[in-house]
Ligand binder design. Sequence first.
Ligand code: CO
Ligand code: CO
Ligand code: CO
Length: 322
Amino acid sequence: MAQVLCQLPNVERDENLLVGIETSDDAAVYKINDEEAMVITVDFFTPVVDDPFVYGQIAVANSLSDVYAMGTNPKLAMNLICFPNCLSPDIMAEILKGGHDKILEAGAILVGGHTVQDDEPKYGLCAVGFVNPDKVIKNSDAKEGDILVLTKPLGLGIINSAIKGDIVEEQVYDEAVKNMTTLNKFAMEAMNRVGVNACTDITGFGLLGHALEMAEGSDKTIVLDSDRIPLIDGAVELARLGLVPEGTYANEKFIGDKVNFSDSVKREIKDMLYDPQTSGGLMISVDENRLDELLKELEKSPTKYAVIGRVEKKGEKSLIVK
Ligand code: CO
Ligand code: CO
Ligand code: CO
């Protein structure tokens, strides 16, 4: 998206626009007054699972994630839905029910939406939240010496390919669905209680893509420890079978020359790091002195979390994976 947007002749500038498209942050932030700024984002995609209710839950958890990544709660939500005439309207109702279930869980309110007839279903939200302008958490404020914490395991893109191929074991499916339907609300509240420097959510651009945005936006180098990155059980095995989605290779092709891998990092682990995530976790950049406090806050996390690396002074490469 960023590559296309930068071809626009002159994207509007406004002094109240606190976060725009420059650093590929998760959502835009527009200052209303000294106490309040609006966070706005939009996201939608095609089904990743057959169950329409679960698909609705995942699509909404994913859409709301960009608001959480900016350090606040979503407040308003509008449905965006594309749906074919040939499918029963009951299926659409189930998708919307699943979505609404997550909107309610988030404490947001559904205020409208728009439906378009299309060959393949697509669903997601435009979501809005409000935040104190001084408390916005950008992806571009990581500081030298910060520690990086990831709040959900990787492997969702690879598992989603296996789900489409109908070769996924029930246990792996359940674990993936649990992760994709979990709101990043808990992780956001934990980081807000502690106070952190930067955050982004891990979605289609994969861990490395989003880490690169953070590194470049912050003018730092990010060093990741591949042994410590949490993975969904069974995902590596699927990667070894070659069930790697197209998006993984697209991500690698796009940013591979900015990543320095140690020789010890295996091919299937690289696949996991480039793997496009659906409704992935937050990657939080926290001052070393506040790390223990953050880890304590995350103790009751509904998802696997881990320290995965650190932020260093800008070097030759923006990303180093050991
Ligand atoms: Co995002
Ligand atoms: Co997004
Ligand atoms: Co952000």
